[in-house]
Design a protein around this ligand. Structure first.
Ligand SMILES: [Zn+2]
Length: 108
């Protein structure tokens, strides 16, 4: 008889434990979901703020980009973009590309 009572008690405690575990899991999930969602959300917000800042800069005459080759600031509309880099002219883009590819290649 005592064993049955013990079993019932174990069952109840087990149920409570499972409930507590589920609660903890949902809490961690609820805590993780905003965290996981915050990274794309942050990037989206960053891009949104970036877009807002660029649109705010668009209020200025021209957004200026720095040439990776000579460091001259050129208007974005006149700049040449190669990958993530901007150049004041296609000549500098080519020169930079030739320089970097020469660096990438082994000298000998
Ligand atoms: Zn340049």
């Amino acid at each position: 008889m005592r064993q049955i009572l013990l079993l019932v008690l174990l069952f109840v405690v087990g149920q409570w434990f499972v409930k507590a575990l589920r609660r903890a899991q949902t809490q961690t999930r609820a805590g993780a979901q905003p965290g996981q969602g915050a990274q794309p959300g942050q990037s989206a917000a960053q891009s949104a703020t970036g877009g807002a800042s660029t649109s705010g800069k668009a209020a200025l005459p021209e957004p200026m980009v720095r040439c990776a080759e000579c460091g001259v600031h050129a208007p974005r509309s006149e700049s040449v973009n190669v990958g993530a880099r901007s150049f004041c002219s296609s000549e500098h883009a080519r020169a930079w590309d030739a320089r970097t590819t020469a660096q990438d290649r082994p000298a000998r």
